[in-house]
Design a protein around this ligand. Structure first.
Ligand code: ADP
Length: 453
């Protein structure tokens, strides 16, 4: 799935909207300023034209331009045209298109290849019906340059302002969303640690985050409650089933002794096998529900882990021998561990029993228990049937069995590894499996050592 942070998304949107608003405001301002400057330029050319006309003298029906009158002043060039539009006096800018039509009282923007001009023409009657045209040309090039500089400065300012506001927005948003990140982190920790008794920190201020944390905490309360009920149910049922099963078991054993007929013996044996399987299942269920309750319920003490491991290997040598499997063990002596010995013994037995059961005849099992820097590392390796890669993560689930037909008639329950995992977890450790179908499996666990052990 595409990963997208709300922080980035909102910041991008906000920066985009802010930059659009700023652009519109600044463009409006520029437009307004430009309008003002244009008006000033128009007043300048028309004023110069009128000023020039005021200096012209009219003697006996003819006009005279005194020598001291200037045709160029303050960036405005004045030229005089006769009635027929023929230039008579004055000067026009270089490259200025001479054919530009004279229009009385009008402002014209003329574009040349390099320059732009603002032109103002005025027609004046003198003598008996003659007309004199005065053309004032202002080079607006200087103004345009200023305008370009202003525009460039405004664009740079706009970019800086957008970046600045973007950064400020991001910082504010990060601050505002920090409680959400805290909720995510804490909720993640609770779910990863599988400790449903933990709760989210509720903010002091009664805001949306407060309500969100409260809602999460209420959800955790309900979850914890329903898990508790489920566990209690499993534990109660297991306890209740223990006695009738023990009776069935002893009665079967008694009947086995009493039965004369072989086929009767076989049938009783089947009942006995199933009763044994159920006894194992119930004892595993009880262990799991104990593990789920937490470490307060356990009898934790420092014990000799190496001795216990040696004992387990010795006990299982016989059943390995039945399949002619050799167990090679490398158990470092004198490792002391703080934990519940019976549970850890069960854990190790389960792993080695599995290695024997799923091992091939005449195969090999390697058991290695070593003390490392701050932890115990245990590896149980076999060269048996192995586990398909896609099933490796499923083997830790309750009642999961890769090949459902294999152990069903004997004592396979599919609870063994989930119990092993619980035992490791309540001792603060980790366990994982590596395997290749047809080649073998290796189960590795690590258990953290306490300073005093
Ligand atoms: P089960 O009672 O079926 O052995 P477990 O929880 O102990 O239940 O194991 C779950 C499943 O994991 C087994 O059914 C088996 O498919 C697989 N498994 C466990 N250990 C091994 C192993 N050493 N080699 C191959 N498969 C194994």
């Amino acid at each position: 799935m595409k990963e997208q942070s709300i922080k980035w998304k909102v910041t991008l949107w906000y920066t985009f909207v802010v930059s659009v608003i700023l652009s519109i405001v600044l463009a409006g301002m520029l437009f307004f300023i430009q309008g003002l400057e244009n008006n000033a330029a128009k007043e300048e050319v028309s004023g110069k034209a009128a000023e020039f006309f005021g200096k012209i003298k009219f003697v006996e029906g003819e006009y005279q331009i005194p020598d001291e009158v200037k045709f160029y002043e303050d960036g405005v060039l004045i030229s005089v045209y006769s009635e027929g539009g023929v230039p008579v006096e004055g000067s026009i800018p270089e490259e200025f298109p001479i054919e530009t039509t004279l229009k009385d009282g009008c402002y014209q923007h003329i574009d040349g290849t390099k320059n732009k001009w603002l032109v103002y023409d005025s027609a004046h009657n003198y003598g008996d019906g003659k007309t004199l045209w005065i053309r004032a040309v202002s080079t607006t090039y200087g103004f345009e340059m200023v305008a370009h500089e202003i525009i460039a400065a405004v664009i740079v300012l706009l970019m800086l302002l957008t970046v600045f506001l973007g950064v400020i927005g991001y910082i504010m948003l990060s601050k505002a969303l920090r409680p959400v990140e805290t909720i995510c982190r804490e909720a993640g920790e609770i779910s990863r640690g599988e400790d449903l008794s933990k709760r989210l920190t509720v903010p002091e201020v009664r805001n949306e985050m407060y309500r969100l944390s409260e809602a999460f905490n209420q959800m955790f309360d309900r979850l914890e409650e329903s898990f508790e009920t489920e566990r209690q149910f499993a534990s109660d049922v297991s306890h209740e089933l223990r006695t009738p099963l023990a009776v069935i078991h002893s009665q079967c054993e008694y009947m086995l002794e009493e039965c004369k007929e072989e086929h009767e013996r076989q049938e009783v044996q089947i009942i006995l096998n199933q009763a044994n399987r159920m006894i194992t299942l119930i004892s595993q269920l009880l262990t799991i529900s104990r593990c789920e309750i937490g470490s307060d319920q356990f009898h934790m003490e420092v014990f000799d882990f190496s001795f216990m491991a040696d004992m387990v290997v010795d006990t299982l040598q016989e059943s390995a021998g039945q399949k002619e499997i050799s167990i090679e063990h490398k158990i470092e002596a004198g490792i002391h561990f703080y934990g519940e010995e019976t549970l850890l013994m069960r854990m190790l037995m389960n792993l080695i029993e599995n290695a024997i059961f799923y091992g091939k005849n005449d195969g090999h099992i390697k058991v290695s228990i070593q003390k490392r820097e701050g932890y115990i590392e245990g590896i149980i390796e076999d060269d048996g049937i192995g586990i398909a890669q896609e099933n490796l993560s499923k083997i830790w689930k309750r009642f999961y069995r890769e090949d459902k037909s294999r152990k069903s008639s004997t004592n396979g329950t599919g609870l063994g590894l989930s119990m092993v995992k619980w035992i490791i977890q309540i001792h603060g450790g980790k366990i994982w499996a590596e395997s290749e179908k047809g080649v073998g499996s290796a189960f590795t666990f690590v258990l953290p050592l306490r300073k005093e052990s």
